[in-house]
Design a protein around this ligand. Structure first.
Ligand SMILES: [Zn+2]
Length: 409
């Protein structure tokens, strides 16, 4: 039997969605007022982090290119039906803006099922069930989220990983069944152990869902979708059933929503959009071909892209860039949270620890709270452990140590 690895979207959001950054805003404004009092204190910045430059395509040239593309889209429209064309347009934009046309992508809407779902297989097939498609066909952002979530499973190689995990789960389940049949004395104990292993594997599958959601937002930002709409677009998900158990392969609704919002807060949307515009500008419209089953269609690979592959940006680097941007904007509370998160993901990079030391030192001069200079010392010690001979680290270490020593006297 052909292996079909299903990584479904099972969009199991159930709580009403609300996107709010009001807390961050309040913190920011209170911070600004205190900053004005302390503007004499110098913020340290050896410029160790780069914020990506935004190299936009010339607006007129880009407009001209879009008009040229429109002619080609008209031809393609005549080959597909309206729903297929809708799906093609969204998918084509996502693929081209992210340089993903190095392979064929097969896309389709599956009828005759009431399952509100979408899934992808290892063979680059993306299927949206008609029950899901019909509920979002006129919401381009929602449709883009569904498609990019499935594309993400593919480009993050979740197909193979998921297959291996699902195979292990099946194996464990049959072991458990075997034990039950033989009514072994150790059955109860063995069953608990098997359950634990299965729940750990399910957790891995849930992690893939978070990763696919996050990467989907990056793909969408490059393709120029309105990211303010992106979180609202997830509202449609709350109509879908939610399954809550440790064996569920999908994360809980609330956690998924909050992960999406966190990601939206750290992405450099403008830089991604500019990258995407460059990619769209420098590529041709993707050709379409009806696939042999007549139900799906193929977005054909382009030979100029055959050596491309997709590299997802590491989460700690995204956080670092955002944190540094906030640091320069003197939004220290947000910067601190993001530097801390970057550090917790990658403890081999000294930079977030060094900047965390700068923030606590700055806050110490502002608030004269001894705890803060101790915190600053704690962070620079961590940076020193990672990079003992770095000149910026040594300078900060000595600076903070001097303050601590002088206060002891
Ligand atoms: Zn999924």
């Amino acid at each position: 039997m052909k292996k079909i690895i299903i990584l479904s979207l099972i969009l199991c959001f159930i709580f009403p969605f609300s996107f709010s950054s009001s807390i961050a805003k309040t913190e920011k404004s209170s911070l600004k007022s205190s900053v004005s009092k302390t503007s004499r204190i110098k913020i340290k910045d050896p410029k160790l982090i780069t914020i990506r430059k935004i190299n936009s395509v010339d607006a007129d040239l880009y407009k001209k290119k879009l008009n040229e593309d429109k002619v080609k889209y008209k031809q393609i429209k005549s080959v597909l039906n309206q729903d297929q064309f809708n799906l093609y347009k969204v998918t084509e934009k996502l693929l081209r803006a992210n340089n993903l046309q190095y392979q064929n992508w097969r896309v389709g809407i599956k009828n005759k099922t009431e399952d509100v779902n979408a899934y992808t297989t290892a063979a680059n097939l993306i299927i949206i069930h008609s029950a899901l498609y019909d509920s979002i066909y006129n919401d381009e952002t929602a449709l883009a989220f569904v498609v990019s979530h499935e594309i993400s499973h593919n480009i993050l190689n979740h197909g193979q990983k998921s297959y291996e995990i699902q195979y292990k789960i099946k194996d464990l389940e049959s072991q458990a069944e075997d034990m039950r049949r033989r009514e072994e004395a150790i059955y109860a104990l063995g069953d608990i152990a098997v359950d634990l292993q299965i729940s750990k594997l399910c957790k891995k599958l849930r992690l893939m869902e978070y990763q696919a959601d996050k990467e989907a937002l990056t793909l969408m930002a490059r393709a120029g979708f309105d990211m303010k709409e992106a979180s609202n677009a997830l509202n449609f998900l709350d109509r879908l059933p939610e399954i809550n158990s440790i064996y569920d392969t999908h994360p809980s609704t609330a956690k998924r929503i909050s992960a999406v919002n966190n990601e939206l807060n750290i992405l450099n949307i403008n830089a991604l959009k500019a990258q995407g515009q460059n990619n769209l500008y420098n590529s041709k419209v993707i050709n379409v071909k009806k696939s042999s089953d007549k139900k799906t269609f193929i977005l054909e690979a382009q030979k100029e892209f055959k050596h491309f592959s997709y590299v997802a940006e590491p989460q700690d680097l995204k956080l670092l860039e955002k944190a540094y941007f906030q640091y320069r904007e003197k939004d220290f509370d947000s910067a601190q949270a993001n530097f801390e998160q970057a550090y917790s993901i990658n403890k081999t990079n000294y930079i977030p620890a060094l900047y965390l030391s700068y923030i606590d030192e700055y806050n110490y001069y502002k608030l004269h709270d001894r705890k803060l200079i101790k915190k600053s010392y704690h962070w620079v010690k961590r940076a020193k452990k990672i990079k003992p001979n770095d000149k910026n680290v040594l300078k900060q270490y000595n600076d903070v140590k001097t303050v601590i020593k002088s206060k002891k006297k």
